[in-house]
Design a protein around this ligand. Structure first.
Ligand SMILES: Nc1ncnc2c1ncn2[C@@H]1O[C@H](COP(=O)(O)OP(=O)(O)OP(=O)(O)O)[C@@H](O)[C@H]1O
Length: 238
């Protein structure tokens, strides 16, 4: 069945503990959109709020016409068709790698199979191991595989290749780029962003300061952490 691309619309305002934000942005319903910004600016917090794991009092979040949050409505995380790879892979310790991969697995046209994922992510030799004792990079690859096999409508990836060596990183990035689902991809690495993304959204301190096409500008955008005056500026408060 052909799926119609659906944009993700996000608007969050308010506080979560010490973190304050006031931002609005749209993630296109196709391709990879990079979310970047200096450490502590709120990238993980926003991804978690999109997944329904955090809640801003004043928020709107919708995938196409499927509204996940608006005043009076808050769809719980397990009812949102979103996959999430955390910075810290949260694998189920009592299950084998194979069982972790297949946890919540669903078939969806165009999405890779267990065999493809096992091969691309180099997991064949690990399938019978338990997560305890796997290296950080191995755990990260299992977490990516599990998220893909669940075949979500939208994928949130929080620095998903940070623990991988360069060769594996390149393989995984080009694999993710070819997936038929939209991805919001957090990274600090300008080369990685340039390689994988077609759009970039940049935060500083809970505000969107730039949103636009990726491309040769990506390096400059990623390397100006304090610049709040970008010509793509979508900053909402001074
Ligand atoms: N559980 C928490 N309790 C208190 N403050 C928190 C908590 N989680 C995050 N924060 C704060 O919220 C802000 C945003 O954190 P977040 O992890 O979203 O940033 P980030 O942009 O993802 O950072 P990094 O790039 O370093 O991963 C930071 O100032 C952080 O200290």
């Amino acid at each position: 069945m052909t799926r119609t691309p659906r944009d993700l619309t996000v608007m969050f305002q308010g506080r979560l503990q010490a973190f304050r934000c006031d931002l609005a942005f749209t993630v296109p319903g196709h391709g990879v959109t990079a979310l970047t910004g200096p450490s502590g600016c709120g990238k993980t917090t926003i991804l978690r709020a999109i997944a329904g794991l955090h809640r801003f009092d004043n928020g709107f979040c919708a995938l196409g016409d499927e509204v996940w949050q608006k005043p009076g409505v808050f769809v719980p995380p397990h009812r949102r068709s979103v996959g999430y790879v955390f910075q810290e892979p949260s694998l189920l310790p009592h299950l084998s790698v194979r069982q972790n991969l297949l946890y919540g697995a669903r078939a969806r046209a165009g999405m890779p199979t267990l065999e493809e994922i096992t091969s691309v992510l180099g997991l064949a030799g690990l399938l019978h191991r338990r997560p305890t004792g796997l290296s950080g990079g191995e755990q990260q690859r299992v977490a990516i595989g599990r998220a893909l096999l669940a075949a979500p409508a939208f994928l949130l990836l929080d620095e998903p290749v940070s623990a991988l060596d360069r060769d594996r990183k390149n393989t995984v990035v080009s694999f993710l780029k070819r997936l038929p689902i939209p991805i919001l991809y957090v990274s600090h690495d300008s080369d990685e962003i340039l390689e994988i993304s077609s759009e970039i959204i940049r935060f500083v301190d809970g505000f969107v300061i730039r949103a636009g096409r990726s491309g040769p500008d990506a390096t400059r955008i990623c390397q100006q952490p304090e610049d709040r005056s970008g010509h793509w500026g979508e900053r909402r408060h001074g």
